[in-house]
Design a binder for this molecule. Structure first.
Ligand SMILES: *Cc1c(COP(=O)(O)O)cnc(C)c1O
Length: 404
């Protein structure tokens, strides 16, 4: 069960007023808010044991190293990776995808095929287009339907022996659609292709077991799951991480350096050049503990109630259309009101203290599919309330009378 009052008291930002009104934060798909315990974890590191990791013999360095490596183990357990060194600590989802996309330059040749979906965030499109430019590989796209779901029959037709890699998000940030990733993974692996799943949007709502999925790569960002910005993970199966060359050269990622030849460190350090975001990684571990203590089942049940309630209320507004109507959705609602530009709605309801996202949500191909410039997106988290949804509805009705 979600004890909403207790939870809200743990998020200091939710006590804020914005433009003189209580903050209603419905931009969780862009980034989540942070509980005090995560903020404290960052402050505690800098206040009591700030030191560089893996290098020092002194007490603070060892303490920082232990806390950093404990966070890696928390992440390993959370995502159920087989080995702790299969969890690479990165700067976030975008960084993680670029590590894999750049690494595959060495593994692809002209005419190889790689497959993306129509539902992707730009960060799971552009690095692969760059990979195609470097290698001559060809990018294929799994199409979507009007409900905002992927067409698996079309996907089956795209797969062949030429397919080397498939990369799809677990949940669409623009529409909230939960993709059938187990099926997508199995179908790809049946033709010998590797699969990367972008878990940036799903990881705050769904507890993912990478071994049960059998996925080759899984990526996520801390900041969407109550952790700090600038931190994320790249999970990779050991055999794949060993196959990929390092992404960046520098300190930490080497075994031995001479001017004639440098040998690389073992996993995970091969991919962790330079001083990482130590405070951020430790706080990511704290955020994972916090979310697991709440329980992902509780989170999902409550957020789904918010989704159903908001969907019903929104559809009572005349001229309002929801984009993304799959039955399998997280608590994201993308919509437009006929005759009004989404940006204008965003500006007016911000004056009323309500934070939503407007625009293409880094997913322009989805907007092109619906032939719209963008949407208003309200995305909910477990600390949101039914009363806040009522405030959104009131604000939208007000905006509509002002703008039409
Ligand atoms: C947010 C998001 C990203 C990008 O994450 P960053 O933390 O900005 O690197 C990629 N894919 C999806 C589905 C997202 O929601």
């Amino acid at each position: 069960m979600i004890d909403i009052q207790k939870i809200r008291s743990e998020f200091p930002i939710l006590k804020q007023k914005v433009n003189g009104k209580p903050l209603v934060y419905f931009d969780n798909a862009a980034t989540s808010q942070k509980p005090q315990i995560v903020i404290d974890s960052i402050v505690n590191y800098y206040t009591t044991f700030n030191a560089n990791i893996h290098r020092g013999v002194h007490t603070l360095s060892q303490k920082a190293t232990n806390a950093f490596e404990e966070a890696r183990v928390k992440l390993q357990k959370h995502f159920n990776a087989k080995k702790n060194y299969e969890i690479i600590l990165t700067a976030g989802t975008t960084h993680s995808i670029n590590i894999v996309a750049t690494g595959f330059t060495a593994l692809l040749k002209k005419g190889d095929e790689i497959i993306v979906s129509a539902l992707e965030h730009h960060s799971n499109i552009v690095p692969w287009q760059m990979l195609c430019e470097r290698t001559g590989a060809v990018l294929k796209v799994i199409p979507m339907n009007e409900e905002g779901e992927l067409q698996l029959d079309k996907y089956a037709e795209l797969l062949s022996k030429k397919t080397k890699l498939v990369f799809v998000n677990h949940v669409s940030n623009a529409l909230g659609t939960i993709n059938p990733i187990k099926k997508i993974i199995d179908m790809a692996q049946a033709v010998g292709a590797a699969v990367l799943i972008d878990g940036a949007q799903s990881s705050a709502h769904i507890k993912t077991d990478v071994q049960a999925l059998g996925v080759d790569f899984y990526v996520a960002s801390a900041h969407k799951m109550c952790g700090p910005t600038g931190v994320g993970i790249l999970y990779g199966k050991e055999k794949w991480l060993n196959k990929l060359p390092p992404y960046q050269g520098g300190g930490e990622m080497i075994k031995q350096v001479t001017f004639e030849k440098t040998t690389y460190a073992d996993l995970p350090y091969k991919f962790e050049a330079g001083t990482p975001n130590i405070a951020g990684v430790i706080a990511f571990g704290t955020a994972i503990d916090y979310m697991n203590a709440l329980g992902f089942d509780n989170i999902v049940t409550y957020e789904d109630e918010l989704l159903q309630y908001a969907t019903k209320k929104l559809l009572q507004i005349e001229g309002l259309k929801i984009y993304g109507t799959s039955k399998n959705k997280t608590a994201v609602i993308s919509f437009n009101i006929e005759g009004i530009h989404p940006y204008d709605i965003g500006v007016i309801i911000d004056k009323l203290g309500i934070a939503v996202r407007t625009g293409h949500h880094c997913a322009q191909p989805i907007m092109d599919f619906y032939k719209i410039p963008g949407t208003v997106r309200a995305s909910f988290a477990f600390y949101n309330t039914f009363e806040e949804i009522d405030l959104l509805i009131e604000a939208l009705i007000k905006a509509k009378t002002m703008l039409l």
